[in-house]
Ligand binder design. Structure first.
Ligand code: GCU
Length: 428
């Protein structure tokens, strides 16, 4: 009996410590942030500088809006690549009764031609609900791991370009732990649930055009006919936002899609891109930006969450080089995250968060939302109708969702996203 005690103690110790170590090792957030919880009231420094022109009604705001859009490009994301021309080259039916019969899965190959012999190609998977009796609203969901992994369909084409290392299935305990840590829907969204709620899904692999590697970014820009040495060359976030618009070009050619109801859901770095796509492209009527953090909905000036010094050092290819100049000088930025959110008004935005994802600064996103909210009423729409972070209110066009645990995508997130989407549809 006594001999089993040390074994028991060791097992207990390992059972407690291994999950923690595993989580810390694979987490993209620094260790200390996982041990923290976001402020329940969203308290923190107010969003600076204030939005200009709001005292002069809609015309005052519209006068300032283009200037803000330019500043956002110059300071953060770089110039948007030209629209180019988007063609659907091929369309193949993969499965008419996919996801237990809920949807029809097709593969579209789209080509974008740009000036200076720039060119890009995207394998776009489109899944439309089978029981729709009218054109369907669609949610665009970019993938980091590629279509086979995202849609759980090995019969879709393999990736054209590399995937991040965490996507490679290894079958190891670490991998299993990674998916439990980052949520069951971090790689693959609940497609059947989305279809049954009446939404089509458009999915593609961001690396088809812009892999998330700084060593490959110059090549991406050259292939798009852009000059990588230009100071305002787009970063990867800007190229991903542009890809969302090119996917929209293709979807607008589809009679099964309701072109008035195009929305984008992005997680984390893709949520930064989704917000930018919403700011730049008015065809998107709703943006779901989940845990977008710094460079997304969270205030750059906050002293909590990912600092500019860290994001620009670790991901120099995400932004315009000038952004790095604001490291440790965030207060000198000519704008902050509320400017980005305000550019999306009067269209709909949901900001998803989790209490222990302090690296993404949920409180900073709340204060950015509060500061941007007055822009919606200028258009006669409600902005944030919410007074507490924890009580999501989807009656306005700007909503905030927060749940327990850390970075990742979970069932309760998709429940919130779909509740938000349904509410926005009813309003229109
Ligand atoms: C890192 C990065 C964040 C980003 C996140 C993600 O944590 O620092 O800015 O949002 O990765 O994309 O998962």
């Amino acid at each position: 009996m006594t001999g089993s005690r040390p074994l028991l103690r060791t097992s207990l110790f390992l059972a407690l410590i291994l999950p923690l170590l595993g989580g810390l090792a694979i987490s993209c957030s620094p260790v200390r942030y996982i041990m923290m919880t976001a402020s329940p009231t969203g308290a923190g420094p107010v969003a600076e500088p204030p939005l200009e022109g709001l005292n002069n009604g809609l015309s005052g705001w519209l006068e300032h809006r283009p200037e803000i859009a330019d500043q956002i490009s110059e300071t953060l994301y770089g110039a948007a690549p030209p629209d180019g021309e988007t063609h659907i080259n091929e369309r193949t039916l993969i499965d008419a009764h996919a996801y237990h019969g809920a949807g029809r899965l097709e593969l579209l190959t789209i080509t974008i031609r740009l000036p200076n012999e720039g060119r890009g190609e995207i394998d776009l998977a489109l899944i439309t609900p089978n029981d729709a009796d009218a054109p369907s609203p669609v949610i665009l969901i970019p993938s980091d791991c590629g279509l086979q992994a995202q849609l759980e369909r090995p019969d879709l084409p393999p990736n054209r370009n590399p995937v991040p290392s965490y996507c490679t299935p290894s079958g190891s305990w670490l991998e299993a732990y990674a998916s439990s840590f980052f949520g069951e829907y971090v790689v693959s969204p609940p497609i059947e649930q989305i279809l049954r709620r009446g939404y089509a899904v458009a999915a593609w692999h961001e690396s088809d055009i812009a892999p998330d590697r700084s060593s490959l970014h110059d090549h991406t820009l050259l292939s798009l006919g852009l000059d990588p040495t230009e100071q305002d060359r787009p970063g990867v976030i800007g190229v991903w936002a542009w890809m969302m618009s090119r996917v929209a070009d293709a979807l607008l050619q589809d009679p099964d899609i309701d072109g008035e109801r195009l929305s984008v859901m992005g997680h984390s770095r893709r949520a930064k891109a989704a917000l930018l796509a919403g700011a730049r492209d008015e065809r998107f009527n709703a943006i779901i930006a989940h845990q977008s953090g710094t460079g997304g909905a969270s205030l750059h000036r906050d002293n909590l969450g990912e600092p500019v010094s860290s994001i620009t050092q670790n991901y120099p290819h995400w932004f315009v080089p000038a952004y790095a100049e604001y490291a440790e000088r965030e207060e000198e930025l000519p704008l902050d995250a509320h400017h980005l959110l305000a550019l999306i008004a009067p269209r709909s935005v949901l900001l998803g968060n989790s209490w222990r994802d302090v690296w993404s600064d949920p409180a900073g996103a709340w204060r950015a939302a509060e500061a941007a909210s007055p822009v919606w009423p200028l258009y006669g729409a409600d902005g944030l109708n919410q007074t507490r972070l924890a009580d999501m209110d989807v009656s306005g066009h700007l909503s905030y969702h927060i749940r327990p645990a850390t970075h990742g995508v979970r069932a309760e997130d998709w429940d919130a996203f779909l509740a938000f989407m349904d509410a926005q549809d009813q309003e229109e």
